[in-house]
Write a protein that binds this ligand. Structure first.
Ligand code: FAD
Length: 402
C-alpha cells in the first residue's frame, strides 16, 4: 500500500462524477466519492438488483483483507463481515477416495477469508450509495459511446431505446470485463491492451442444506460439510470448489476445460462423471436429480484475463474488472477492484481532488501491481487444480489465495 500524508485539506470544488456500472466497484466508488463530497450519477445497464427477483451471477466471493479495507473506508466492513460473511479458516481438500485434508490459511494469527454473496454485497453497496443525497442511481441505461476528453457520455435506455446524453467532470468506468469505457480508450494511440480466454470455463452447482430431522424437515437445517472451510476437489485438469452461504447451502463451481463441460450434455453423462470424479458430492447434494437440475440451469461460462495500460484517459478512469479482469483462482478480482477505490481515494486526498494529477498517478501506481495480480491468478489456476495435493506447497499457503 502507498501511504500519503493525508493531512491535506480538500480545496477544489466538488466534482460532477458519472460512474458507469452499478456492480461491486460502481457501488463502492459511489459511496467513497460521495463521502468526499462529490456529486455522483451512477448509470447501470441492468435493472435494480435490489428489486429484481433474480439477476446477475449468484456466485459467492471470497473477501480478503484488501476488500475489507475498502469496505471499512465506506463504513460497511462490520455489516458485511460480522453480520453476513462466513469465516473460512482454510481449505478442505476432498480426495477421490472421499478422504479429507485440511490446510489452514493462518495457523498463527488465525486470520481467515470470508464467503460473501455477490448479490447481497452489491445490494448493500447500492443501498449505502443511495443514502447520500448527492448520489443518483439510474438503472436500465447502457453506455454506448463516450467522449473521454470532454466528459460526454451517451446512454441508451434499455426499455424505450431513448438516447440520453450527459456531461461529467470525471467519468469512472466500472463497467466490468467487457467495459465500453475501456473500448473507447482503446481507440487512443498509446493504449496497450491484451486479453486471454483460458481453456477452462465453469458451471455453478448448488449444494442444499442437510435436514436435521429428515422426517420433519421443517424442524431445521444445517451445513452438509464444514462451513469453516473453502472446499476443493482438485482433480488435475479440472476441479470443483464450494463456499458456504448464510442459508446453510453451499455454492459450488465446477471449473473444467470447456470441452469437458460441453461434453456433459446429458443427465446420464453428468451423473457418471460425478460418480467417477466426485463420489462424495452426489450424497451431499442429496440425489441425482438435484445435481442434474442445478447443473443444467445455465450454460458453461467462459473465463477471461485482461491487462491494459494506462487506466486513465482525459477525464476518465477505469477501475475493477474494466481495468484488470482476472481468472478467479486467486480470489482477488473483487478484492483488487475494491483496492482500486481505496487507492483512488488516497490519491484524490493527496492531490486535493485535482483529477489532472490524481488520474495519471493512479495509472502509474496501479498498472504494474494489477498486471502482477493477473499473473498470480493465472499461476494459481494451475496450482489449485493440480499442485494443491503436493505437500511441498502447503507451507506457501497464505491469505492472498483461496
Ligand atoms: P462487475 O461486477 O462485472 O460489474 C460491472 C457492472 O457494469 C455490471 O453491473 C454491468 O451490468 C454494468 N455494465 C456493463 N456494461 C455497461 C454499460 N455499457 N453501461 C452501463 N453499465 C454497464 N473476486 C474475488 O475477489 N473473490 C472471489 O472469490 C471471486 N470469485 C470469482 C468467481 C468467478 C467465477 C468469477 C467469474 C469472478 C470472481 N471474482 C472474485 C471476481 C469478481 O467477480 C470481479 O472482480 C468483480 O465482480 C469486479 O467488479 P466490477 O464492478 O469491476 O465488475
Amino acid at each position: 500500500p502507498i501511504s500519503f500524508n493525508s493531512d491535506t485539506m480538500k480545496t477544489t470544488p466538488s466534482l460532477d462524477i458519472v460512474i458507469v456500472g452499478g456492480g461491486l466497484v460502481g457501488g463502492l466508488a459511489a459511496c467513497a466519492l460521495a463521502k468526499r463530497g462529490h456529486s455522483i450519477r451512477l448509470y447501470e445497464y441492468r435493472s435494480d438488483i435490489r428489486v429484481e427477483e433474480s439477476s446477475g451471477q449468484s456466485i459467492d466471493l471470497a473477501l480478503s483483507v484488501r476488500g475489507r479495507e475498502a469496505l471499512k473506508l465506506v463504513g460497511l466492513e462490520e455489516k458485511i463481515v460480522n453480520h453476513h460473511g462466513i469465516a473460512m479458516k482454510g481449505r478442505m481438500l476432498h480426495g477421490k477416495d472421499g478422504s479429507l485434508r485440511e490446510m489452514i490459511y493462518d495457523s498463527v494469527k488465525k486470520n481467515c477469508i470470508y464467503s460473501v454473496s455477490r448479490k447481497y454485497l452489491n445490494q448493500v453497496l447500492l443501498d449505502a450509495a443511495d443514502q447520500y443525497s448527492s448520489v443518483t442511481l439510474i438503472f436500465n441505461k447502457k453506455l454506448i459511446d463516450a467522449d473521454l476528453d470532454h466528459g460526454k457520455l451517451k446512454f441508451i435506455d434499455t426499455n424505450n431505446r431513448e438516447i440520453v446524453e450527459v456531461n461529467a467532470d470525471l467519468i469512472i468506468g466500472a463497467d466490468g470485463a467487457y467495459s465500453t469505457v475501456r473500448r473507447t480508450m482503446m481507440k487512443r494511440p498509446g493504449f496497450d491492451f491484451s486479453q486471454t480466454y483460458i481453456e477452462h470455463g465453469y458451471v455453478e452447482v448448488n449444494i442444499p442444506p442437510r435436514m436435521i430431522d429428515e422426517k420433519h424437515s421443517n424442524k431445521g437445517v444445517q451445513f452438509c460439510m464444514s462451513s469453516k472451510h473453502l472446499h476443493i476437489w482438485p482433480r488435475g485438469s479440472f476441479m470443483m470448489i464450494a463456499m458456504p452461504n448464510d442459508d446453510y447451502t453451499f455454492t459450488g463451481n465446477l471449473f473444467a476445460p470447456l470441452e469437458i463441460l460441453n461434453s456433459l450434455d446429458t443427465p446420464e453423462k453428468l451423473v457418471k462423471f460425478y460418480e467417477q470424479e466426485f463420489p462424495d458430492v452426489l450424497p451431499i447434494i442429496g440425489n441425482k436429480q438435484a445435481l442434474i437440475d442445478t447443473f443444467f440451469t445455465a450454460k458453461p461460462k467462459t473465463l477471461i484475463s485482461i491487462k491494459c495500460s494506462p487506466y486513465h484517459c482525459g477525464k476518465s478512469i477505469i477501475l475493477g474488472d474494466a481495468a484488470h479482469a482476472m481468472v478467479p483462482f486467486y480470489a482477488q478480482g473483487m478484492n483488487a477492484a475494491f483496492e482500486d477505490v481505496v487507492l483512488l481515494d488516497e490519491l484524490l486526498d493527496h492531490y486535493k481532488d485535482d483529477i489532472n494529477k490524481a488520474l495519471p498517478a493512479f495509472s502509474r501506481h496501479r498498472c504494474s501491481d494489477a498486471h502482477a495480480i493477473c499473473d498470480l491468478a493465472m499461476y494459481n489456476y494451475i496450482e489449485m487444480r493440480d499442485l494443491v495435493m503436493r505437500k511441498s506447497f502447503v507451507a506457501r499457503r497464505n491469505l492472498d489465495t483461496i
